[in-house]
Design a protein around this ligand. Structure first.
Ligand SMILES: [Zn+2]
Length: 45
């Protein structure tokens, strides 16, 4: 489970990566894994 870093909306990933993913709400492509201590933002380049 990933969460949008902008609107904090939970985003369902179809695979194990976030490449090509896009938030359906705000259109952001930056997500972070929903974990208490891990805040690793994933940015698609
Ligand atoms: Zn969003």
């Amino acid at each position: 489970m990933y969460k949008c870093s902008r609107c904090k909306e939970p985003v369902r990933s179809s695979g194990m990566n976030t490449v090509g993913m896009q938030c359906e709400k705000c259109g952001s492509k930056v997500f972070y894994k929903e974990r208490p201590n891990v805040r690793k933002s994933v940015q698609s380049r």
